[in-house]
Design a protein around this ligand. Sequence first.
Ligand SMILES: Cc1cc2nc3c(=O)[nH]c(=O)nc-3n(C[C@H](O)[C@H](O)[C@H](O)COP(=O)(O)OP(=O)(O)OC[C@H]3O[C@@H](n4cnc5c(N)ncnc54)[C@H](O)[C@@H]3O)c2cc1C
Length: 447
Amino acid sequence: MKQKLLVIGNGVATTCLLEHLIELDANRYDITVLEANTRVSNAPRVMSLERFGEAYHGIITHDEDWYAEHGIRLLMSTPVETINTDKQWVCTAHGMQFDYDKLVIATGSDPIMVPLLGHTLQGVHVHRDLDDADYLRKITRNKGRAVVIGGDLPGLQAAVSLKQQGMDVCVVHLGERLMASQLDSKAGFLLRRELERCGIGIRTATRTTDILGDSQVLGLHFADGSETTCEKVIMAIGNRPSTRLAAQAGLAVSHGIVVDDTMCTSVDNVHALGDCVDHRGKCHGLMALTHDMAEALASTLSGKPASFSSAATATRLTVNGIDSYSAGRHPDNAAESGLQDIILRDATAGIYKRLVLEGPRLVGIVLYGDTSDADWYADMLKTGTDISEMRDILIFGQAFHEDAERDPSAALAALSDDAEILGCADLNQDEMRFQSLAKRLQGTPSE
Ligand SMILES: Cc1cc2nc3c(=O)[nH]c(=O)nc-3n(C[C@H](O)[C@H](O)[C@H](O)COP(=O)(O)OP(=O)(O)OC[C@H]3O[C@@H](n4cnc5c(N)ncnc54)[C@H](O)[C@@H]3O)c2cc1C
């Protein structure tokens, strides 16, 4: 007889897990998924924003037919209320009880609403799921001015989407720079410049103190005494892992539900993944890591060795057609941490690429404007590839590396005149160095 696998939550983490599980061991489990929402909601958040104007059915990745096709029971409008880990059952808000042999908690996270004075006024919203995206789409019909509080990934995506829908938009961010934990200061600067070029106002190092208005939002008041007017406020300052169920069931919970590298919680036969977990003291809230967790948990559930690592944490963002990507470690001053940089800057082309090395290994990646080699670099970062042999040409990317016949000076010539490369050789500082690097790339030792 098949074992019973019960999954709580039907977000991105669950669909990734199910995909991997079907691939590894489709027949091991009788699978039931319990989801609180009234409709299938497994759209990646990034998609729900990027494809802001699309209909709901164009966004979700796995519809009800997909579950039926794979013999998975999906019960919508079924919020789980309690978990009994001794007797191995869960109970829903409607009093239905489900037994399990293995339980997976994938309850995601909840958006944080800062209880500022005025946060309950009409026109103040959070952005989290498809319903919120629908709502934002509706409010853009009246155009007007919106302020997004929060200059990290979700906030910037919301700002760009609102701008694209014709609203006047400003982002207010507490930190000194945008997306500080994902991008280094130079890529952050380019991103800010691009957003401003699109007509999005940016205020960094700005603390909002009050939301102004009587019943409807009229504006914001800041700690430096200044004010701005607006009709809408979108709070996008982060999410809190959804841990209530797990904590009540007696599972170890820190910032999120504590899991080890195999995605096991502190209680036997209970696993967790996605935004709700705390792995080695960190909660991540990123799609790429959710995918990796799903892969690890599918192996664990299939009785295969598994090891999740967040070392290669990657973030992708597309703003107005400009891509950025970052992964691993990229402190602003790499030398202070015993790391070395290889940097390519081509201001004319709007490209910035930075590779961070620790000895012969790649430990950090920041790409802005050209992310075509992101997966290639990410793979090297993940596998700890020794890059000594290709150190000098690494920054030019995979195509260049794989095409042994290619004339290296073509890669250099393709860069604009004010481009520079630091870390493997000083390119274009003057013709001499250009030639010197070209020679080195062709295998002739440089003077
Ligand atoms: C606005 C926004 C933009 C983002 N943009 C990016 C991006 O560009 N790149 C990136 O890498 N990441 C991005 N993220 C993060 C990414 O979306 C998450 O990492 C990912 O969705 C996590 O998946 P999950 O399944 O853990 O959680 P979710 O997708 O939130 O799914 C959790 C599910 O559990 C259900 N649930 C909760 N409690 C219960 C219960 N008691 N019973 C039953 N069901 C329950 C919920 O209804 C929900 O459907 C973004 C997030 C947001 C909010």
